[in-house]
Design a protein around this ligand. Structure first.
Ligand code: NIG
Ligand code: FE
Length: 421
């Protein structure tokens, strides 16, 4: 006899399965929106795993036992936990002092060139005790969980020396172990050249490649990222560094085409990067090249709250990226400079308003495609039997209300690994 379910959500007005599309690559083109919604459905879990998903009239009542926890989801939407695939979770202090400078017209790169921006957070991060950084990361993870984030990528990048960068990765791992949101660490030592290497970006990358990368285990820190931009690292230096990271067994990511069209996205896609992030200056033609170079496997992670917060007019043309065959994911880019927000729902809404994504495309971009962008597609991102039981109960009856209630958090309950958290 089959085991009784441990947890059963029933009578949901809609179950957004995110399933039904191709399973061998991220969603793009028509498939980006063509996933299955079940009206009047259920989701059943066995321990930490999803056991069955379907319409109520197909629920196997024999599997409801005396110990099954039954939750009435009527009038509500059920969906997979959100996957936040690009954050700079661990940092010291904040940059509220720079907000006023920005309002007065100073640009992001001007503030960075004057020793502020990322470098000001580096000073505060280096000065912070490890315990202080851990408490701050835990505080922010708690905030993310309330928004329904169940898996989150966390980059280092505010240490910019070997010792502090390793400390930030340690903090991200500890924070992951001390609360329920699953944390996937990424090494972004190549955020900008460390202050000790001013004007010598290639020497700084050589130091990271020699002193830090060999100390990292790709099983624990699966990705290496780099900021390819004026004032950070050139395309050639980035290529060289990412090639070395790939040889050592890391997955690759890049911050590229954020403020200029330098060609970093295409370079990274040619190296097999799992994602290219920002892309506000990537053209639709460039997107088609990235899609072709990666056979639709590299995900463009778009960060719509960043241009909003930096007061830029230009937003990545996400709609055209999808039409060009490039899979799109969405993230906040949570960090103390260009986006101090954890509200991934707001990012989804701004992506619909400013990047032309449809609500269904945007929902895929914060779940299944975001999971692909951090190599977690086998574990999360859709409600399919065998995946981890990470799911959300939302206080709306129809998914079309999700992009509509601007800035609101629709989450009523969060389940991670079959447990209410
Ligand atoms: O993804 N673009 C580069 N890095 C971060 C911002 C970091 C900061 O300003 O502190 C980003 O936007
Ligand atoms: Fe970023």
């Amino acid at each position: 006899m089959l085991q009784p379910y441990s947890l059963l959500f029933c009578h949901a007005a809609q179950v957004l399965t995110l399933a039904g599309g191709p399973t061998d690559k991220p969603l793009t083109g028509a498939a980006h929106a063509d996933w299955r919604i079940i009206e009047h459905g259920y989701v059943a879990c066995l321990g930490d795993t999803i056991a069955a998903v379907g319409p109520m009239d197909e629920l196997d009542a024999a599997r409801i036992g005396p110990d099954t926890r039954v939750v009435d989801a009527s009038g509500r939407v059920l969906m997979p936990g959100l996957v936040e695939c690009h954050t700079h979770l661990v940092f010291g202090g904040n940059r509220a002092d720079e907000f006023q400078r920005k309002l007065q017209g100073e640009s992001y790169l001007d503030i960075l060139a004057s020793g502020g921006g990322i470098l000001s957070t580096v000073r505060k991060t280096r000065a912070a005790a490890e315990e202080e950084l851990l408490q701050s990361a835990l505080h922010h993870l708690d905030g993310f969980r309330r928004y329904g984030i169940t898996t989150l990528e966390a980059k280092s990048g505010y240490g910019l020396d070997a010792e502090t960068e390793l400390r930030l990765l340690r903090v991200a791992q500890q924070a992951g172990a001390q609360q329920p949101v699953r944390v996937v660490p990424t090494f972004l030592g190549a955020h900008v050249p460390g202050p000790e290497y001013k004007g010598r970006p290639a020497d700084y990358l050589a130091m990271l490649a020699a002193d830090v990368l060999p100390q990292l285990d790709p099983a624990a820190v699966p990705f290496v990222d780099i900021f390819c931009e004026e004032g950070a690292f050139s395309v050639d230096d980035s290529r060289h560094y990412l090639q070395r990271a790939r040889e050592l067994g890391f997955g690759l990511k890049i911050h590229a085409e954020q403020l200029h069209d330098l060609g970093g996205c295409l370079m990274a896609a040619e190296l097999g990067a799992v994602s290219v992030d920002h892309c506000d200056y990537l053209t639709p033609e460039g997107a088609a090249q990235v899609a072709a170079a990666s056979q639709g496997r590299t995900v463009a992670v778009l960060l719509p709250l960043v241009p909003l917060y930096l007061r830029q007019e230009k937003y990545a043309p996400g709609r055209q990226f999808i039409e060009a065959g490039l899979p799109v994911a969405l993230s906040t880019d949570f960090n103390p400079g260009s986006c101090p927000s954890k509200n991934l729902w707001l990012a989804l809404q701004v992506a619909c308003l400013k990047m032309g994504l449809t609500p269904r495309e945007a929902l895929a971009a914060v779940t299944l495609n975001a999971a692909w962008a951090i190599g977690q597609q086998a574990n999360c991102g859709s409600l399919a039997p065998g995946k981890r039981a990470d799911l959300l109960l939302l206080g709306v009856p129809d998914y079309r209300e999700l992009p509509y209630w601007l800035g609101e958090n629709p989450v009523e309950q969060v389940v991670i690994g079959g447990q209410f958290v």
